[in-house]
Design a binder for this molecule. Structure first.
Ligand code: SAH
Length: 242
């Protein structure tokens, strides 16, 4: 039997938000590979080997998955949210480069954090937007600041992943400073924590009231564009340009 690798997104947390396609792949798998908390979300069963690994070993993990598939295993590499958004799909292709033979590979999409958060809030991403990973593990801090400034100048709404990295706990304070300068104090900013889990907490404030402690590593932050506003309990961005 020939092996395969599926890189699957488990969604933001709720069981209801795992796609049937991902469920089917997990049902056929012999092996599950991924970061410890994501592998913990997969129900154990006979005939399924779970291989949890630590963070920051993405490339190693991807090579391991390819090796298992080459040995005939049916491997699901799990990410939270969507596997193509700051996650394992790119790592798998990076590991594939330079290999003589490739197994069958499928990327199975999932609901990414910003879309789950946006749905809870209303429609803050209803006009043009961008997503920025605020972790400086894989890129210099100066590049993050440059992208923030240019995206603000272009009046994009923005979604921020990994807002507070352990290595740079104060980095998000600097992000708020840059955004206040570029967008002014009245711009709406939403903090969506642990969306779709029992720990879910969501709040929207103006940039003037935003504080460093409102974000942690389980939070995705959504900044509105200059037209983003409230209607009742909702936050939305009109579809037409401001
Ligand atoms: N591939 C994932 C993102 C991985 S980066 C996805 O598509 O969602 C990890 C970051 O995602 C976290 O630091 C946080 O910013 C965000 N995140 C993941 N799950 C989340 C959730 N349930 N609620 C809020 N943010 C979440």
């Amino acid at each position: 039997m020939s092996g395969w690798v599926a890189v699957a997104g488990l969604g933001p947390g709720a069981e209801m938000l795992v796609t049937p396609e991902v469920r089917a792949a997990l049902a056929q798998a012999t092996d599950v590979v991924g970061y410890i908390p994501y592998v913990a979300r997969v129900a154990p069963r006979a005939g399924l080997a779970l291989h949890p690994s630590d963070n920051r070993v993405e490339l190693e993990r991807a090579r391991f998955a390819l090796d298992l598939a080459a040995a005939g295993k049916r491997v699901v590499v799990v990410s939270s949210g969507d596997p193509g958004v700051f996650a394992m799909a790119s790592a798998l292709f990076e590991a594939l480069e330079g290999r003589a033979a490739a197994p069958e590979i499928r990327i199975l999409p999932g609901i990414t954090a910003m879309l789950a958060a946006a749905a809870r809030l209303g429609a803050p991403l209803g006009h043009d937007f961008c997503a920025i990973n605020l972790s400086d593990n894989l890129k210099p801090w100066a590049l993050i600041e440059k992208r923030l400034r240019l995206a603000a100048e272009a009046d994009f709404a923005m979604a921020f992943y990994n807002p507070r990295s352990k290595a740079r706990p104060q980095g998000f304070a600097r992000v708020l400073e840059v955004l206040r300068e570029a967008c002014g104090p009245d711009r709406l900013i939403s903090f969506a924590r642990a969306v779709s889990t029992p720990d879910e907490a969501i709040r929207t404030v103006t940039l003037a009231k935003a504080r460093l402690e409102m974000a942690d590593m389980r939070t995705v932050v959504i900044l509105g564009n200059s037209a983003t506003r409230r209607v009742g309990p909702w936050v939305y961005t009109p579809r037409s340009a401001p």
